[in-house]
Ligand binder design. Structure first.
Ligand code: ZN
Length: 305
């Protein structure tokens, strides 16, 4: 068996960047974390790391969004209109591809996490997977047949408008939509509503009923796309509140009302699951994006151990 290709993976997060040089999860040659600050400073710091590496055949970037993933668009590979100061319009993929002259894969951090969990984590062996992060915001990464579901742009399902929980008329926290899903169920929304960070709230706090109700409807929408065979739910709110999983499963099944009665869905304990890769999902997803750009992602199924 030939050795899997060596890939440089970059998870560009809102607060930190993780760069790894790897052939797979069991063959990580280097891993460096740097803070995300201003774009010029952060990009130069990433290049300082990659300049010290040699022999990588491709690179992949899994970035906070929104990003342009349309390869026919002039701004492909850029971060687009982000509230993060200074970052709107930053060219990420093009800059690295020109500097290192290797194929470069580029997508959102949630799509990267979906790819990694589908290859090596909680959805290992499944080609059709959704990854949902419920953290500061709510993001969804969709992959089908092992590849990101791409069209005009990436999914923005964190901003669907759920049917409101009975008698709840709180205005919500999304600056665009008020009480959209992110405006009701994100960590930022929960903290704005009750004045306490989500991980510090007890399981019997009344806010969770509405959060689970809203997230159950996201799961309803994901089932209706016909795509995921499993939904992996991570992010700070989910990781800190394991009691949410059974509540969200129940809310999803109640919302579906028996529609799409496939066993993959109705066996909700295995349909909606926590992640398995933890903080490695993002950087490993970036490695997979690089491998896909190289056309050799299947080679990474096997690692050198
Ligand atoms: Zn919104």
């Amino acid at each position: 068996m030939t050795e899997p290709p060596l890939i440089a993976g970059i998870e560009l997060g809102g607060t930190k960047v993780i760069c790894i040089l790897a052939r797979g999860p069991d063959a990580v040659e280097d891993r460096v974390t740097i803070p995300t600050t201003r774009p010029a400073e952060t990009m130069a710091a990433i290049e300082a790391v990659l300049d010290g590496w040699s022999g990588f055949a491709a690179l992949g970037i899994a970035s906070f969004g929104p990003v342009s993933i349309d390869s026919r668009a002039a701004d492909y590979g850029h971060i687009t209109a982000t509230p993060k100061p200074g970052w709107s319009g930053t060219d990420v993929a093009g800059r690295f591809a020109r500097r290192y002259r290797v194929p470069a894969g580029f997508h959102t951090d949630v799509v990267g996490a979906a790819l990694a969990e589908a290859r090596w984590g909680a959805a290992a062996g499944l080609a059709d997977v959704a990854y949902v992060t419920v953290g500061t915001g709510v993001g969804v990464g969709l992959i089908a047949s092992g590849r990101p579901v791409d069209g005009l742009t990436h999914a923005e399902l964190g901003h669907i408008r759920p049917v409101r929980y009975p008698h709840d008329d709180w205005i919500g926290a999304c600056p665009f939509h008020g009480a959209c899903l992110e405006g009701l169920a994100s960590g930022r929304a929960i903290a704005a509503r009750v004045g306490t960070p989500a991980p510090e709230l007890p399981a019997d706090h009344p806010v969770w009923e509405g959060v689970a109700h809203a997230l159950g409807q996201l799961l309803h929408v994901l089932v209706l796309t016909g795509i995921p065979r499993r939904v992996v739910m991570g992010g700070g709110v989910m990781v800190g509140s394991a009691h949410l999983f059974p509540r969200i499963r129940t809310a999803m099944l109640a919302s579906l009302g028996g529609y799409v009665g496939l066993p993959e869905v109705t066996m909700a304990d295995t349909f909606v699951v926590p992640p398995a890769l933890g903080g490695n999902a993002g950087p490993l997803g970036a490695v997979l994006l690089g491998a896909q750009a190289l056309g050799k992602s299947s080679a990474l199924t096997f690692t050198t151990g």
